[in-house]
Design a protein around this ligand. Structure first.
Ligand SMILES: NC(=O)c1ccc[n+]([C@@H]2O[C@H](COP(=O)([O-])OP(=O)(O)OC[C@H]3O[C@@H](n4cnc5c(N)ncnc54)[C@H](OP(=O)(O)O)[C@@H]3O)[C@@H](O)[C@H]2O)c1
Length: 227
């Protein structure tokens, strides 16, 4: 059984991933900003709830100290924010502070987590570093909406693609996964799939992630995503 660390584990896709990995007998380190309010995580077996604010370096360092040298088989960078209100992240109207926040959470935090837990991944056998990105970050998909969100996801795609080369030396495989258009707080009620369906697909995709294909950009349903 694996040790799986998941950020943004308290709701949405992260919660569904946590439930499934834990139910399958894996040990899940379920990370969230406010553990005391993470009611959905409280009664799950095989789940260690950890508080961390992924965009805060001190907070991530404190989590790393808490976890120590425990091997981590799968790190899933899932926590994410849509950024400013849609009408505040357009070509003509931009909340620049909100854009910076979106970058801190969606782009920098996944790298921060990878840096903090690199040795834990290295200590595991065949570790995987996964980032939940979005189709909105694909250059191939050129919709002029949500500038802050889209650019933060495009940037994390590039960062993870680059680090996949370096982490191959640790024998850690890296993958980016678009989770689908999902009915969560972020996706809204009119989205296409349930979070449970997305999580099942993501877990199946993660099973297939390997060093041979490291640096890939996949969809939740197993298809390769265009960059
Ligand atoms: N839903 C979709 O259609 C869709 C599509 C493409 C990609 N995605 C990606 O999928 C991932 C999960 O999204 P979701 O749909 O499950 O969204 P969600 O239900 O809104 O959950 C978002 C998670 O991220 C955490 N989070 C939000 N802002 C944060 C911040 N500033 N610092 C730290 N954590 C923060 C939330 O924690 P709190 O509860 O503390 O706020 C929550 O755990 C995200 O990376 C998102 O970009 C979603």
């Amino acid at each position: 059984m694996a040790t799986v660390m998941i950020t943004g584990a308290n709701r949405g896709i992260g919660l569904e991933l946590t439930k499934r990995y834990a139910a399958a007998g894996n040990e899940v380190i379920a990370c969230c900003r406010e553990p005391d309010k993470a009611d959905a995580l409280q009664d799950l077996d095989n789940v260690q709830i950890c508080g961390v604010t992924v965009a805060d370096g001190d907070s991530v360092a404190a989590l790393a100290a808490e976890i120590g040298d425990r091997p981590i088989d799968i790190l899933i960078n899932n926590a994410g924010t849509p950024g400013p209100a849609p009408d505040q992240q357009s070509a003509l109207q931009m909340d620049f502070d909100g854009w910076a926040d979106a970058f801190a959470v969606n782009t920098m935090a996944p790298l921060r987590m990878l840096q903090a837990f690199r040795e834990n991944l290295k200590a595991a056998d065949g570790a995987k570093a996964i980032t939940i990105t979005s189709q909105m970050g694909a250059l191939d998909l050129n919709w002029p909406v949500m500038y802050a969100y889209c650019s933060s996801k495009a940037a994390v795609n590039k960062v993870m693609r680059m680090i996949s080369v370096e982490l191959a030396n640790d024998e850690t495989a890296v993958a980016l996964i678009h989770p689908g258009y999902v009915k969560t707080a972020m996706g809204g009620p009119d989205a296409e799939i349930e979070a449970s369906e997305s999580a099942e697909g993501i877990i199946s995709v993660i099973e297939g992630v390997s060093l041979e294909g490291t640096g890939c950009f996949m969809k939740w349903n197993g298809e390769v995503h265009a960059w």
